[in-house]
Design a protein. Structure first.
Length: 417
């Protein structure tokens, strides 16, 4: 069995493709659940930045074919196109990648704090489907511990930085400076809660929320903001200093006709700033071209946030590298377990056979003493092979050692040995 990663992220894929993958993620997981004999204990991570699958398999090539087929069918995409869009990792690279992702080092906004929770939820969701293979369970639990260590050691991930807070800070220069602000939030999900907290902390003048699905009233009551109806949406857009949209709805809630009406009612002192952080874009492409309107979406955010370099990030990457090497060493050492068990059983059987051949001629006390003595001899014989096995696992030479033991002692060694 070996760990495998297959996925795609914002660096090498269009966000529109990631949107399709996220939309199909539940169906893809269900398909892979039916392939448990081939793909064991898969965990999927689907966000606005990435779609990733982690799993254990003993048939690398067949499992990849199965995953690609599932993705192609559930997204209605050409199989070759799917294959070209996916990154594939195996062995020690899987741990290093997940540890980097969980620590916020592989995010669009380096050091963002949301991804750790997303990884934790992905693990919890997979656990609900049934027991995970020990290696997959340990992979994700270690990733969460590494993320915590990175945060405690470097401060990365502890500042509350996220896609939404970064987008809001980038849009601040486009808004009126000083004084209260008119804020309109579209959507009532997790981003809406973050935005509300952000503007309350900065003492915005008025915060209103609109929901195309009718949940604005409930959100307004629990967060002490103002609810907006369908009839009032144009008027609210015309008064807003900034609009933050993250509804998650299909289709464009802010289309050209709607926004154009709002712009006609504005006083023209400053542009209408719209931050669209919905993976399925809430703002129609034509709105980007309207005079008097500035739109910051995920694509533009990606362009405006180049990869960061700092001492803290370098330290964090060293922590991730060391942790992934340690994880791989532990996995290799565990892979020697079946060989050590088989060798112990083989020698133990010979000891038992020898005692059985003579015990009818000896009194029980003598038999007990002989058994203890031979057990000590067995442990002594096994000590050096066991120690060498773990040491060789660290160098990646365990396969040759296992084959040598198999030939020398003529024993069958179970899976992973």
């Amino acid at each position: 069995m070996g760990l495998v990663f297959i996925g795609s992220n914002f660096r090498d894929s269009e966000l529109s493709w990631l949107e399709r993958l996220e939309a199909a993620s539940s169906a893809i997981r269900a398909r892979l659940d039916d392939e448990s004999s081939l793909i064991d204990s898969h965990v999927s991570l689907a966000t606005c930045n990435r779609f990733e699958l982690y799993f254990e398999t003993d048939d690398f090539h067949r499992s990849l074919d199965t995953v690609v087929d599932a993705i192609a069918e559930e997204t209605n995409e050409n199989r070759d196109s799917v294959s070209q869009s996916l990154q594939i990792l195996s062995g020690d690279k899987v741990a290093q990648h997940l540890f980097s992702v969980t620590s916020g080092l592989d995010s669009m906004i380096v050091g963002e704090s949301e991804v750790t929770g997303q990884v934790r939820r992905a693990l919890s969701r997979a656990q609900l489907s049934g027991p995970l293979a020990p290696s997959v369970q340990q992979l994700f639990q270690t990733a969460l511990r590494v993320s915590k260590k990175v945060s405690q050691t470097t401060g990365i991930g502890s500042s509350g930085k996220s896609v939404i807070t970064t987008a809001l800070k980038l849009s601040e220069p486009m808004m009126p400076q000083g004084g209260p602000k008119q804020v309109l939030i579209i959507g009532t999900g997790a981003y809406a809660r973050v935005v509300t907290a952000f503007f309350k902390k900065t003492e915005a003048g008025d915060i209103a929320v609109y929901s195309g699905s009718g949940r604005a009233e409930m959100f307004a009551e629990t967060h002490s903001v103002r609810a907006v109806t369908n009839q009032d949406l144009v008027a609210e857009l015309s008064r807003a200093d900034i609009v933050i949209s993250a509804s998650g709805s299909m289709g464009h809630l802010l289309n050209e006709a709607l926004v154009s009406k709002a712009l006609e009612l504005r006083n023209g002192e400053h542009d209408l700033v719209i931050v669209d952080v919905a993976l399925s874009k809430d703002v129609a492409p034509a709105v980007h071209e309207l005079a008097g309107c500035f739109v910051l979406d995920l694509e533009r955010l990606k362009e405006l946030t180049p990869e960061e370099h700092s001492i803290s990030i370098d330290i964090a990457r060293e922590i991730v590298k060391a942790a992934s090497e340690e994880f791989e060493l532990e996995q290799r050492a565990k892979s020697m377990g079946p060989m050590i068990t088989a060798l112990r059983d083989h020698i133990g059987l010979r000891v038992d056979q020898e005692i059985d051949s003579v015990k009818h001629r000896l009194d029980p006390q003598t038999v007990t003493e002989i058994r203890k003595s031979l057990s000590r001899v067995k442990d002594s014989i096994l000590h050096t092979p066991s120690l060498n096995a773990r040491n060789l696992a660290g160098t990646g030479n365990q396969a040759e050692y296992v084959n040598a033991i198999r030939v020398l002692f003529d024993i069958e060694i179970g899976e992973n040995g």
